[in-house]
Write a protein that binds this ligand. Structure first.
Ligand code: ADP
Length: 253
């Protein structure tokens, strides 16, 4: 195997984080290989979002390391970690629970903002790529619409396009469907499944266990700031080893 097949795209070790005196991450290890989809599941408050935000530098863990292949390791116990974590931002792009599209900009303007302003991609190139990606999710006709003119599901698809436009190595999804009306959830999950099939590397925080079961290569069950169980979806869902995992799945499924 070539080095890129054996080296994880992302390797996080021993992530710890407290808010005040509440320790919300108690040593999280996570590895993601290229093309892999990793789902983070678990009860509310178990630390899933904090892990995800740590991976792209939105949150600074108190300790632990994060490394992308080919990039320097960020050691959060080191004095310069706060500055170093910004290096993580370029490697991944996040799709949030509440898409935070700019309300006074059109769909296309929202999509080209990151590439042109942050990455200095020439505007014409960013527009062409933005149009291609909007067509990819069936929203080419909405390029000049404003976010409020779209349904919640369409807004989330624009949120996904905006993330794709940054050409990240890794896509991070933070419960992208949990704020949607039930009838709009499917259209977003379909796009996410297609991206997984196309080979995108993804870490997905989700309550959509059916999606995790069908699409993920690995499922991590978080509980109380630790990975209580991890494994292939077939194993976790069919034959959970831990009592806490079993209770969680019994409640949800
Ligand atoms: P999950 O995504 O599993 O619901 P989170 O990572 O969002 O869990 O939150 C874990 C815990 O950390 C929760 O108790 C939450 O209230 C707390 N928390 C998250 N972010 C902050 C913050 N910025 N300040 C204080 N507490 C926070």
């Amino acid at each position: 195997m070539s080095p890129t097949e054996t080296t994880p795209l992302l390797s996080a070790r021993g992530l710890r984080k407290s808010f005040g005196d509440q320790e919300v991450l108690k040593g999280i290890d996570l590895e993601v290989r290229r093309g892999q989809v990793v789902a983070l599941i678990g009860p509310s408050g178990s630390g899933k979002t904090t892990v995800l935000r740590s991976l792209n530098g939105l949150e600074t863990p108190d300790a632990g390391t994060i490394a992308f292949d080919g990039g320097p390791e960020v050691d959060f116990a080191a004095p310069r970690a706060k500055a170093q974590r910004f290096a993580l931002r370029d490697r991944s792009a996040m799709v949030f629970q509440h898409n935070n599209l700019f309300p006074h900009r059109t769909v296309l303007e929202n999509v080209v903002e990151g590439p042109t302003r942050v990455q200095k991609v020439p505007r014409a190139e960013a527009i062409a790529e933005g149009e291609r990606l909007l067509a990819r999710v069936g929203l080419e006709e909405k390029r000049d619409a404003y976010p409020h003119e779209l349904s919640g599901g369409q807004q989330q698809r624009v949120g996904i396009v905006r993330a794709l436009a940054l050409r990240p190595d890794l896509l991070l999804f933070d419960e992208p469907t949990s704020a949607l009306d039930p009838e709009l959830v499917g259209e977003v999950l379909v796009v996410m499944k297609e991206l997984a099939d196309e080979g995108w590397t993804m870490v997905v925080v989700t309550h959509e266990l059916q999606f995790a079961r069908e699409v993920a290569d690995e499922v991590l069950f978080l509980d109380g700031g630790v990975v209580a169980e991890r494994g292939a979806p077939a194993q976790i869902f069919r034959d959970p080893q831990g009592e806490r995992t079993r209770r969680f799945l019994d409640r949800i499924l």
